[in-house]
Design a protein around this ligand. Structure first.
Ligand code: SF4
Ligand code: SF4
Length: 465
């Protein structure tokens, strides 16, 4: 099966229950943002920009767990910001699992190995020595890490344990050069790969989570799937980028670029996703085949953003994960008060101009599962997709030259440095090409922009000379 049976049954039951009750709108996946603080400042991220004034705020553990109960979604995607910065992430994951929900931890991967090591320490016994030896041999932990693990963990707090109900969902937007460029820091891709390898070795389920931008190269996305499939990941989520206001403003102000240079229109999305159905045959792409047809431009769907609600420090965010027209105290209040007929694209006409280019999974993937715009054969299509044999790991993916940037001295910062040393014109063009022009002014309180800032200082000095 493409997806574990128990998980598929849980979601199917939830849909059937609400269909029989004729519930007009209900939650399938909760996007839970316990905090918006992040250690990165990715290009195109609206979160750290839109919520720049509340980056230090966070939801209480009780509030997080109560939100999941309140909307009743069978699946919770814990995102942010970077959820591994949330001080009670372990308790949150344990609490959601105790509520019998499917949990995705959407992470940029930078703190994942730390969490895996804590789990190893918590469960350490001499019987684990062969595992430690393998991790050491594969350079996924250091001798010092192994010593700390052997001492055990004695703080009485839970750790994140492998579970069939849990996925690490690691943000990967391309191979090394592209990914590090988008997250605006070198070395992130390498760390993600090591975290994925370590998690798989320890028996966790791991997925990758990719946003496709205008600049994303389709061939590279395919190679990325091949590479991560060869590492044995359990699935991939993929969605087109969306030009939401906060990210747009940041793009213009901080990077000096026009949003249309970066984000996809509908026509471009359809072009980029032309091979999505072929990819879904080769790799375990999460999402319904109906949504895949939509992405490939083969059918229309109506937005069902209410099925993937977002809850954060300000409340229930409406109408969707991307756009903010208000926050509500209660999920039901949001369902009742929002005029859902104002949003989405119907028969090619955008009901709200901001929806015009949107085809994102959090608006349209549930539409495929819920049977909006139902066409004959859709149910069978979804069943066949879910129950089909899972595509085998693509072992030839090991040949993909995934480390094509920082690891071989070709990182975007290294290139910019070289250009600065060569001449100012070169420096300027390196910055423009790599989206690092202008004031760093990132809104993320936890972001380390020191490398980029150093370069900017050098550019300014060169300009004065
Ligand atoms: S990892 Fe990047 S995309 Fe995710 S919240 Fe942080 S800055 Fe935004
Ligand atoms: S189409 Fe739906 S998900 Fe997309 S921006 Fe509009 S309301 Fe949000």
């Amino acid at each position: 099966m493409r997806f574990p049976l128990a998980l598929t049954v849980k979601i199917a039951r939830h849909i059937i229950k609400h269909t029989l009750r004729r519930t007009p709108r209900f939650a399938l996946v909760l996007q839970l943002e316990p905090l918006h603080t992040c250690n990165l400042t990715c290009t195109g991220c609206g979160r750290i920009r839109e919520y720049s004034t509340s980056l230090k705020d966070m939801m209480s553990l009780e509030d997080c767990l109560a939100s999941a109960q309140e909307c009743g979604a069978p699946m919770v995607s814990v995102c942010g910001g970077e959820p591994l910065i949330y001080p009670k992430i372990e308790e949150l994951v344990a609490g959601l699992l105790a509520q019998q929900r499917i949990v995705y931890i959407c992470t940029n991967g930078m703190f994942m190995r730390k969490k895996l090591k804590e789990h190893l320490a918590d469960t350490y016994s001499p019987a684990q020595e062969p595992t430690l030896a393998r991790l050491l041999a594969e350079k996924l932990i250091s001798e010092k890490d192994a010593e700390i693990i052997r001492k055990g963990k004695h703080d009485g707090r839970p750790t994140i344990k492998p579970s069939k109900w849990l996925y690490w969902n690691v943000h990967i937007d391309g191979l090394e050069y592209t990914h590090d460029l988008i997250v605006e820091r070198e070395g992130v891709f390498k760390e993600c790969v090591e975290a994925v390898r370590m998690a798989k070795l320890l028996g966790y389920q791991v997925a990758t989570n990719t946003t496709v931008y205008k600049e994303s190269d389709v061939k590279e996305i395919e190679q990325m799937f091949e590479f991560f499939s060869s590492l044995g990941v359990d699935g991939h989520t993929i969605s087109p980028g969306y030009d939401y206001d906060a990210a747009k403003k940041d793009m213009v102000k901080r990077l000096g670029r026009q949003p249309e240079d970066f984000f996809l229109t509908r026509a471009m999305t359809i072009q980029k996703f032309a091979k999505i159905q072929e990819w879904a045959e080769r790799f375990t792409i999460f999402g319904t085949p109906v949504y895949q047809e939509f992405l490939a431009g083969k059918r229309e769907l109506t937005c069902t953003a209410w099925a993937i609600p977002t809850r954060n420090v300000r409340g229930w965010k409406a109408p969707c994960y991307l756009m903010t027209d208000g926050h509500y105290e209660r999920y039901q209040e949001m369902l009742d008060k929002v005029d859902w007929n104002k949003y989405g694209v119907v028969n090619g006409i955008a009901r709200d101009h901001r929806c015009e280019n949107c085809m994102v999974h959090c608006g349209y993937d549930p539409s495929g599962a819920l049977g909006t715009n139902y066409q004959r054969g859709d149910t069978w299509k979804n069943i066949r997709y879910n129950f089909a044999a899972r595509p085998k790991p693509y072992t030839a993916g090991r040949q993909v030259k995934a480390f094509n940037g920082f690891s071989i001295g070709k990182g975007h910062l290294a290139e910019a440095n070289a250009a600065i040393n060569a001449d100012l014109a070169g420096a300027k063009s390196a910055f423009q090409n790599n989206g690092n022009k202008g004031d760093s002014g990132g809104a993320c309180s936890g972001g380390d922009t020191s490398q980029r800032d150093d370069l900017l200082v050098k550019v300014r000095a060169a300009k004065k000379a």
